[in-house]
Design a protein around this ligand. Structure first.
Ligand code: NAD
Length: 321
């Protein structure tokens, strides 16, 4: 069995490999070659922790496994990150344990890759201004991956906690781009691509604030009750997602579906666009919206890529198991 510890991940996999792994697994999901198993998530009644499993099987890539972990709110006081996860991979032919891979950095890379895939396939080619809503841990990963998809010239941003906006400014500066903190009216009016990555439980951006031609990647809503944009925006937009079943239950679309503004059938798996079986954007005036809910197959895809890279580089730690 191969072990890739958390602290080795950063030297093994970057944005390009993550993007390729996520694009491939979304495509496989839309071909019904890969599927996610039901998610388990439990409050364990200890350390205030939320613990769960996300698992699945990619028959095309022969990737079988699970990501296990969750949220331990007391970790920060212990010098650890609150979100903790580990990926376990199994040999699809025998069921033997194949690899244990640190899942923390991989979660950020695969989440950023998902919105980057949506930008690659749905944003207007001439997109110049990237709008960021959210300035937490994930936001810098999101911005870096997004900036590689189009010739962006400027980043603008808004955050519920304005004191956190310096993270966006620093990340934009690293990429050699100007950053401006703006209000939500300006963000909606000026951004060609908008990424939302917050833990909000109420809509932040109104439908009226978003202009024709915008692509949105709503990445923060991954739980029942969370919400980042007005449900009416989904009725105005062409809506895409990683997995429709998650989008309508725990994703951004849950509210528009519950209010009868859209139906499951109005939401398209992004893999269909990647595979060329769905047109995606149909005009420069379409508003496209990607509801990135986060599926287990994404975790397995990047973990499997890391294992392959570690083996190819000769740095894989192998134990007899
Ligand atoms: P974080 O705690 O570092 O940052 C939280 C962000 O949400 C900050 O920008 C904060 O200002 C903002 N926020 C907090 N309360 C808010 C409120 N009431 N209204 C509006 N904004 C508020 O978190 P993070 O690690 O950056 O993750 C951000 C979100 O992304 C979380 O909700 C997380 O669950 C989600 N997430 C989704 C996926 C996925 O695959 N879709 C993957 C990882 C994380």
């Amino acid at each position: 069995m191969i072990i890739v510890p958390e602290n080795a991940i950063g030297d093994l996999i970057g944005r390009t490999e993550s993007f390729d792994a996520i694009e491939a697994v979304f495509a496989a999901m839309a071909r019904d070659d890969a599927y996610n198993f039901p998610v388990i998530r439990e409050a364990i009644g200890h350390a205030d922790a939320l613990y769960g499993f996300k698992s699945g099987f990619d028959r095309a890539g022969l990737v079988l496994g699970l990501k296990s972990g969750g949220y331990w709110p007391g970790n920060e006081a212990k010098g650890l990150t609150n979100h903790q996860s580990t990926v376990f991979l199994f040999d699809a032919d025998t069921g033997k344990a194949k690899a244990v891979v640190g899942g923390n950095l991989l979660t950020a890379l695969r989440t950023a890759a998902a919105s980057a895939v949506s930008i690659r396939h749905l944003a207007r080619e001439d997109a110049k201004v990237l709008g960021m809503i959210g300035a937490g841990h994930q936001s810098a990963f999101q911005m870096r991956a997004a900036l590689e998809q189009r010739s962006f010239e400027k980043v603008i941003g808004w955050n519920y906690h304005p004191e956190m906006l310096s993270r966006l400014e620093e990340t934009a500066r690293e990429a050699g781009l100007p950053f401006e903190a703006v209000d939500l009216d300006r963000l909606g009016a000026e951004a060609d691509v908008i990424i939302s990555i917050t833990s909000s439980f109420a809509p932040i951006l109104n439908a009226a604030q978003v202009t024709p031609g915008t692509h949105l990647a709503c990445m923060g809503t991954d739980t029942k009750g969370k919400q980042e944009v007005d449900a009416n925006l989904l009725a105005k937009a062409r809506v895409f997602t990683d997995e429709v079943a998650q989008s309508v239950t725990i994703g951004e679309a849950q509210h528009a579906v519950a209010q009868g503004l859209i139906k499951d059938a109005d939401i398209t798996a992004i893999g269909a666009v990647i595979n060329g079986t769905h047109q995606g954007r149909t005009s420069p005036d379409d508003i496209t919206l990607f509801d990135g809910t986060g599926v287990g197959l994404q975790d397995l895809a990047v973990a499997s890529a890391v294992v392959d890279i570690a083996v190819a580089k000769g740095v894989a730690v192998e134990v007899d198991f």
